[in-house]
Design a protein around this ligand. Sequence first.
Ligand code: TIU
Length: 236
Amino acid sequence: MTDLLTVPAEPYGFAFDPARTALVIIDMQRDFLEPGGFGAMLGNDVGQLRRTIAPNRRLLAAWRQAGLLAIHTREGHRPDLADLPPAKRRRGGGGTTIGDSGPMGRILVRGEPGHDIIPELAPAPGEPVIDKPGKGAFFATDLHAILHNRGIDRLVVTGVTTEVCVNTTVREANDRGYDCLVLADCVGSYFPEFQAMGLAMIKAQGGIFGFVADSPALLASLAAAGLIQPALQGAA
Ligand code: TIU
């Protein structure tokens, strides 16, 4: 058993055993971060999310160097759209919707270019990729089984968007008994006010859903424990 590490966080320090902690990167897909995809179709400025790419790259590189478990998720639907709730398809208000053709292929459909994780954060061989039809990463997926089978009890959660898929996943994880640390610089929203409130709702009331910190604090704790080279704390 590895000694517990502690990351300075809000509302108080996040203690974790690295071997029992997974990094879960939520939906860093072209459909949300590049023009012409699902995020843009909903009327959003996708440029708002791109500041999350560099800190996620740095964190993922460090996490891999430490030999820890990284998991990637993707939101999307079957090509026949059989798993797409009609209500989800109807909403959005634009002329196009999920399943329609766009510049990156059919919007939010598995196997299409827009559904891919952005190249900067491409999964490495052996890293589980969870395809999810909903906002939460536990709904209609095998994520809980994968975590349980590996003895994971803590999650470091990053990705997009803060108030939608990140928050939904953290709430689902909370009810399943996981402690979650959300990294503010590694999660993004199309709306600055939702970024702030999405994080505030997690850490309020003594950490009602979990903990919030910035990735340099986590990297420093991994470096102090000798799990990563100190150089990786600042490498992009
Ligand atoms: N629209 C929005 O903010 N997010 C989503 O639809 N999905 C995720 O957050 N991944």
